[in-house]
Design a protein around this ligand. Structure first.
Ligand SMILES: Cc1cc2nc3c(=O)[nH]c(=O)nc-3n(C[C@H](O)[C@H](O)[C@H](O)COP(=O)(O)OP(=O)(O)OC[C@H]3O[C@@H](n4cnc5c(N)ncnc54)[C@H](O)[C@@H]3O)c2cc1C
Length: 494
């Protein structure tokens, strides 16, 4: 068998996204000999991380913590309302959204290390900026959704570029088009390397520790059907084509413990004309996340969901599933002139259907005009009158006696022209993964660490069930990437 190295590496990192590169940089800076294996060719490196909006959710006490990361004058700071998003708030968001199922120990680790990770990424070279598209102007104040205030300047593309530059500056070897096939174990059942496949065929790579950071299984239709169900067979994939669950399969084969919500995933409303798999020119721009300022109807012209249940950052990740459950897995978002200016700028990448009457709109959408008319009339009649509409806060402007209700931001659709966007659900990443402990060690089905095996990022399970608070995916990968690398070197961070 061909061998890629005679001397075992201290750490082999499998994957080329945020979680992987964090582990590689951490291991190298702690003195280890590290190698990174990326399945994708160099031009398409970076996994889902490269497609992201670059939002990192972290706990902060107030504007001063934000100013540690983003430079601003006192005057600018005085016009920003970021609130407080303490560790207790972060914990509450996760528990509330996941129906209390989140692994509390893993959650607390992510939360407690979240602000230090922002500092670490800054030291690596990441530039932070304020998240504009979730913020809402209110008089002379700019109001931010709690917890989602800061993102990488240049989003996922620049996050990944910065991390690769840091890896390359350190001379850490990266092998592209080289994928994990199997984990190799010695007689004591410790992982001692991996079997890879590259352009020349199979080869062995010896290593004292292996960090699996090779993403979810969302780009694998067979695994999607097997674990998520038939509805997910032909779903559009928002991100990379390379996250096909290879790490899940390799680890489960040697007895790793499956953990978390294997039947669950993150899926959002996206442009109905989005490509079948994410395109690097579009990254996250196919998202259509301003539905809380209009109504969502299915192809029968009927509403089917509470568009204003909560802030978008707390509902968007489950909305894709809800849309895919509708006839033909599709829906239409409808706005009028009172709110259309609130649509986030990503809508510019799509072509709306516009009409002066609901009847005309229905015809252009090929809907039954009477059905859509009935829906809009019923909705309008249920909207409260005389209460203020306040985007950016849960304004309590709720429909009365309507099923399903719209719990906030319920303004009647009565100011033409009406503007409609066709959407479907797009899968972002899967929730089910490997069980890890507080050091990112992969556990076997008896809850014992598998010696030499670590995991971080999308491949791990236990944090997300049914829903997901925006910006937690990247943070989880960074936190456990650092924990994995340091524990593997006998220098645990916690
Ligand atoms: C459009 C979009 C927008 C998003 N926006 C945000 C956001 O703003 N904030 C946020 O927190 N999260 C966001 N997410 C989710 C986020 O992308 C993930 O949670 C995070 O990037 C996962 O990082 P990762 O390193 O675990 O996986 P990835 O970044 O997907 O990296 C996995 C890597 O493993 C490689 N790989 C796969 N199989 C193998 C193999 N067999 N051998 C070797 N390598 C392999 C892949 O090529 C890839 O490089 C978004 C996702 C998408 C798709």
């Amino acid at each position: 068998m061909r061998r890629l190295a005679e001397r075992p590496y201290d750490v082999i990192v499998v994957g080329g996204g945020n979680a992987a590169l964090t582990a590689a940089l951490t291991a190298h800076d702690a003195g280890a000999r590290v190698i990174v294996l990326e399945k994708a060719p160099e031009a398409r490196r970076g996994g889902n991380s490269r497609f992201t909006g670059g939002v990192f959710r972290f706990a902060y006490e107030g504007i001063e913590d934000i100013r540690r990361l983003v430079a601003m004058t006192d005057d600018e700071a005085a016009h920003l309302d970021v609130g407080r998003y303490g560790p207790d708030d972060y914990f509450e968001s996760l528990m509330r959204l996941t129906g209390g199922q989140t692994d509390q120990e893993l959650a607390k680790i992510v939360i407690d290390l979240s602000l230090p990770m922002m500092d670490w990424l800054r030291q690596i070279g990441v530039t932070w900026e304020l998240v504009d598209h979730w913020a809402v102007r209110d008089g002379d104040m700019l109001r931010f959704g709690a917890g989602t205030v800061v993102r990488v300047k240049g989003k996922g593309v620049d996050l990944v570029r910065t991390l690769y530059e840091a890896v390359e500056r350190r001379g850490i070897p990266i092998r592209y088009e080289t994928k994990l096939v199997r984990l190799l174990q010695d007689d004591s059942a410790a992982v001692v390397g991996i079997l890879v496949k590259d352009r020349e065929g199979f080869a062995e790579l010896p290593g004292a520790a292996v960090v699996l950071a090779c993403g979810g299984f969302q780009a694998n239709p067979e695994m999607r059907v097997r674990y998520l169900g038939p509805k997910w067979n032909t779903v559009k994939v928002r991100g990379t084509a390379y996250d096909t669950g290879d790490g899940h399969v390799a680890a489960l084969t040697i007895g790793a413990q499956p953990y978390g919500h294997w039947a669950g995933c993150h899926a959002t409303p996206i442009d109905a004309d989005a490509p079948a798999v994410g395109k690097l020119e579009l990254t996250d721009k196919t998202n259509r996340l301003s539905y809380m300022y209009g109504i969502l109807v299915n192809m029968l012209g009927r509403r089917f969901v509470d568009e204003g249940e909560d802030f978008g950052s707390y509902t968007y990740a489950k909305m894709g599933d809800v849309i895919l459950s509708q006839p033909r897995g599709a829906a239409v978002q409808i706005y009028d002139q009172k709110t259309v200016h609130l649509l986030e700028e990503r809508y510019n990448t799509g072509a709306p259907v516009v009409a002066d009457t609901i009847e005309e709109l229905a015809e252009r959408l090929r809907f039954d005009p009477a059905a859509l008319q009935r829906t809009v009339e019923g909705f309008n009649a249920a909207c409260p009158r005389g209460k203020p509409f306040s985007p950016g806060v849960l304004d309590g402007l709720a429909t009365v006696g309507l099923e399903p209700p719209k719990s906030n931001w319920a303004l009647p659709l009565d100011q033409p022209p009406f503007v409609a966007y066709r959407v479907t659900g797009g899968i972002t990443f899967t929730f089910g993964g490997l069980k890890v402990n507080r050091h990112a060690q992969v556990l076997d089905t008896e809850d014992q660490p598998i010696p030499g095996l670590y995991a971080t990022g999308e491949i791990t399970g236990g944090l997300f069930y049914f829903n997901y608070p925006l910006g937690t995916g990247l943070m989880r990968g960074t936190v456990f990437g650092r924990l994995a690398a340091l524990h593997a070197l006998g220098k645990p961070l916690i």
